[in-house]
Design a binder for this molecule. Structure first.
Ligand SMILES: [Zn+2]
Ligand SMILES: [Zn+2]
Length: 326
């Protein structure tokens, strides 16, 4: 229960495996990890591509679709509310059970251990679209071919970069937290749970192997692929196109057509203009399911000190020219 700043020094766990354990996500990626990463990216993607023709033939039930949607939004909100708004930016405070639940839900999105995710994302904000940003689509220049290459880089290529974000430098607060360190180390476990829930439920509900297989295909593989691409689209698409009503020193844009799928994260221009805001969709009609859930957590007493957007703060961040659009 003691979480003093020096606890990391004498914690036995921290000594036996400082950081480079694969499950915590070491600072450099070894070849085994690179191969695992490649598999986790390509297999669900192939499933996604195969999904459409399969859907016309055999093997998709309402149960499969229900599992896909439910698991999608559990992982998506784990990332947006947990990994992003809470762990990276501290846009609210959470009681311990909620903090652990958010770390687990986010891990179930299969986007890497929480400590690595947060370190990468904090570096992204520090250097957004400048030298040092791990995933800027403008990395290779401004011409159309350079942007095409950059979009690919921002979408997936950056994850294979040998140079990794130093986690002790960017996420010392999380490394110090024993609960979060544990969940981060257990990444393989939560990935397995995430992939096995759909076939388990599908198999039991239909009492058949086919039910387990189709639920795994839709609820695990297709769902993971879709969520990966939506998350990565925030790094690629939302830094290349979109409206920019707020002042930010980068190319972040608000992309309305990704709002529902991204759980409100595609209002990315506001996010870079005011990174600690618990709500990203601050303008009229901007759907933000993550903000809605944070509000419910607050009402339930699980979240507190929420940084809700304030009118004068927002106004000071608006571009003059955008004033008439309000
Ligand atoms: Zn960004
Ligand atoms: Zn952010």
């Amino acid at each position: 229960m003691t979480a003093s700043p020096d606890v990391i020094e004498d914690a036995p766990k921290a000594q036996e495996a400082p950081l480079p354990s694969a499950t915590l996500g070491g600072d450099s990626k070894r070849s085994v990890e690179q191969i695992a990463l490649l598999l986790f990216i390509t297999v669900p993607f192939i499933a996604l591509v195969a999904a459409v023709p399969l859907a016309w033939g055999w093997g998709v039930s309402w149960l499969d679709l229900g599992l896909m949607v439910a698991m999608y939004y559990i992982g998506c909100h784990g990332i947006t509310i947990g990994f992003h708004r809470y762990f990276t930016h501290g846009s609210f405070k959470a009681k311990r059970p909620l903090r652990i639940a958010l770390a687990i839900m986010g891990s179930m999105a299969v986007e890497g251990p929480v400590v690595r995710w947060v370190a990468d994302h904090r570096r992204h904000h520090r250097f957004s679209d400048a030298e040092g940003d791990p995933h800027s689509p403008w990395r290779f220049g401004e011409t159309v071919p350079a942007l095409m290459k950059g979009l690919w880089w921002a979408h997936v290529g950056w994850m294979f970069d040998e140079e990794q974000t130093p986690q002790h430098k960017y996420a010392p607060d999380l490394i110090k937290d024993p609960d979060i360190r544990a969940v981060s180390r257990q990444f393989v476990l939560w990935t397995s749970v995430s992939l096995l829930i759909p076939p388990f439920v599908g198999g039991l509900a239909t009492w058949s192997w086919q039910g387990a297989v189709t639920a795994f295909f839709w609820g695990s593989l297709v769902r993971v692929a879709l969520l990966h691409h939506v998350t990565w689209s925030i790094n690629s698409i939302c830094h290349a196109v979109g409206k920019r009503p707020f002042k930010s020193r980068d190319r972040s844009g608000n992309v309305w057509w990704l709002a529902i799928l991204s759980c409100g994260e595609s209002w990315h221009n506001l996010h870079h203009a005011d990174p600690t805001s618990a709500r990203h969709g601050v303008l009229k009609g901007q759907l933000d399911s993550s903000a809605r859930l944070i509000r419910w957590f607050e009402q339930a007493g699980w979240a507190y000190d929420v940084r809700w957007p304030k009118a004068d703060r927002l106004e000071s961040r608006r571009k003059e020219s955008a004033a008439q659009a309000a």
